[in-house]
Design a protein. Structure first.
Ligand code: ATP
Length: 320
């Protein structure tokens, strides 16, 4: 393999830069030319491609976002769009492609693989919503960002004797809410995977107050389908405790990647390149039981995510 390409696609995640760096440096180390494709599949269709060198990935391992930029591209979902992309790959002589993104991006990669381009997917999304891997790049950093926010909210919550709902990202996957809730000592954790009862949430708040607790944090994943502000009003009405809502939003996507995410991204980037060198295609890389693994994309995408019920139970036990 003489030339490979790398792109980031879907939502950005801290650590994507570390993964790009690893792909570029591992490629060059193995005498492979590495082309950087800008703005995901958009750049692929439009030929926004430049050769990367050792310096183009210097000083980026610690930076959030993605130097290649990212995008969502509707055109790539069409046969026509993908034909254009395949043509561009041919023109640039790109024989292998590393796609850094989430499940949607992997579906796109799978289609390219079926069309004869060797593709490898690296999981880059803060949601941690891919079943085949224990961690996606960006999740750990997002978790720490949320934890930092909770710590600050806790200070003001205690000073005023308020309850605080903290809404975090996770449309279908409550991992950020769950683990930040555990690490931040939240009173209640509300996730899309588990039914919740507002009566339970209120009872906990009242019990906490009666034993002199000054602050209360309720972690809420955005995917539960309700409105955080309405929930706050309802809790306030039932308990009589002033309840504030903080929606953390895109702050969770930014920031310097944590050590964990940089290490994970570096290992996965290098693994993706070695798979391409071995002639592999249509595979994704990830981490299972602290080991770097690779798996068929189709198989990975068809796996059903297992929600961590044990940890969820633990958040309940520890917040009595
Ligand atoms: P995140 O988890 O951050 O949302 P993602 O990779 O799942 O990341 P999507 O918006 O679902 O984000 O997908 C990113 C891009 O992948 C899409 O904009 C599109 O270009 C491509 N893609 C998604 N689904 C398909 C599909 N079925 N066929 C071809 N390409 C697809």
């Amino acid at each position: 393999m003489k030339t490979i390409g790398v792109l980031t696609s879907g939502g950005d995640a801290p650590g994507m830069n570390a993964a790009i760096r690893a792909v570029v440096r591992a490629g060059i180390y193995n005498n492979i030319k590495v082309m950087g494709i800008e703005r995901g599949y958009n750049g692929l269709i439009n030929g926004n491609i430049k050769e990367m060198n050792l310096s183009s990935v210097a000083d980026i391992i610690h930076r959030g976002g993605t130097v290649l930029k990212t995008a969502r591209c509707e055109e790539f979902k069409t046969e026509e769009g993908r034909k254009k992309a395949l043509n561009v790959l041919k023109v640039f002589g790109i024989e292998g492609l590393v796609v850094i993104g989430g499940d949607g991006s992997f579906t796109g990669a799978q289609k390219l693989s079926e069309a004869g381009i060797k593709t490898i997917g690296i999981p880059g999304t803060i949601d941690n919503d891919l079943a085949y891997t224990d961690y996606t790049i960006g999740f750990d950093t997002a978790l720490n960002t949320v934890l930092d926010a909770i710590t600050k909210i806790r200070d003001t919550s205690a000073s005023h004797g308020r309850a605080n709902i903290v809404e975090v990202m996770g449309r279908h996957c409550g991992d950020i809410a769950l683990y930040a809730g555990l690490a931040g000592g939240a009173e209640s954790v509300i996730v899309p995977e588990e039914e919740f009862s507002i009566d339970d949430v209120c009872r906990k708040l009242i019990q906490g107050r009666s034993r002199g607790k000054l602050h209360s944090i309720i972690m809420l994943a955005e995917g539960i389908g309700g409105n955080a502000f309405e929930l706050g009003k309802e809790i306030e009405e039932v308990t009589g405790i002033e309840t504030k809502v903080t929606v953390l939003g895109h702050i969770q996507r930014g920031g310097n990647p944590s050590a964990f995410d940089r290490i994970l991204a570096s290992k996965l980037g290098a693994k993706a390149v070695s798979l391409l060198i071995e002639g592999k295609s249509g595979r994704v890389v990830g981490m299972k039981d602290h080991k770097i693994i690779d798996m068929d994309i189709h198989e990975a995408l068809s796996m059903e995510r297992q929600f961590d019920k044990e940890t969820y139970k633990l958040t309940k036990i520890l917040s009595i």
